[in-house]
Design a protein around this ligand. Structure first.
Ligand code: NI
Ligand code: MN
Length: 226
């Protein structure tokens, strides 16, 4: 499994011959100017919530690739009304796709579209394939419900958590989340993109080290293999 980081909260996961693109916000990200959205692969586009910094490039990429949009019911309806393909989910549900299973999880956040229209309730995903389990938290506060994830779904190989604070969890909450999730390997995202969420990398690594946990921060365009 290969996990590519395209800045902010945008990642793609390559598993077998399928690619899942998550929360594409690239053309609006100063730090991702070198990423060409016209060249990104996607069989699936997963959207955690409707905020612009998660959906900006979803429509263009879905149109070009024919990718299936997976999100909450309201977000999927928004795109299927535009003629795109979608699969609606809601909290607590799971579905078996050709690459594996997706669970749609809780997130404590908000989810309006850029024009103010209703984007359902925000969420996250746990992706379960033959060999790996990866949690993609989406924008969320630290929540006690995270404890349910390993209990109900099973042991995680990686937790992808927001660490930028202000709009989501920050570093210390992400460490606590990693305790709740029983997963010591964290890929940080949703940081540095704009002023409110700039973090001190050195301090972040130190905090994780002190907690005997691994924090992975990727350069934009970088990847991680599981
Ligand atoms: Ni958000
Ligand atoms: Mn966000």
């Amino acid at each position: 499994m290969k996990i590519n980081y395209f800045g902010h909260a945008c990642i793609s996961i390559e598993t077998g011959d399928k690619t899942l693109l998550i929360d594409p916000f690239i053309s609006g990200n100063e730090l991702a100017k070198h990423i060409d959205i016209g060249r990104l692969n996607a069989d699936y586009i997963l959207l955690t919530h409707a905020h612009e910094d998660h959906i900006l490039d979803a429509e263009a990429i879905a149109k070009r690739t024919g990718a299936l949009i997976v999100s909450n019911y309201e977000i999927v309806s928004h795109y299927t009304q535009k003629g795109l393909q979608g699969h609606p989910m809601n909290h607590g549900g799971k579905w078996v796709f050709d690459f594996g299973t997706l669970h749609y999880t809780q997130a404590v956040h908000t989810s309006s579209f850029p024009d103010g229209s209703y984007g359902g309730q925000p969420g996250g995903f746990v992706m379960v394939t033959k060999h790996h389990r990866v949690y993609i938290a989406g924008d969320t506060a630290l929540t006690y419900d995270m404890k349910l994830i390993p209990e109900v779904i099973g042991e995680l190989d990686l937790a992808i958590l927001p660490i930028g604070d202000n709009f989501t969890m920050g570093i210390s909450e992400a460490i606590k989340a990693s305790n709740f999730l029983l997963c010591n390997k964290v890929l940080g995202y949703h940081y540095d993109t704009f002023g409110y969420i700039k973090i001190d990398h050195k301090a972040a690594f130190l905090s994780f080290e002190k907690a005997k946990k691994e924090l992975v921060l990727l350069p934009v365009g970088g990847h991680l293999k599981l």
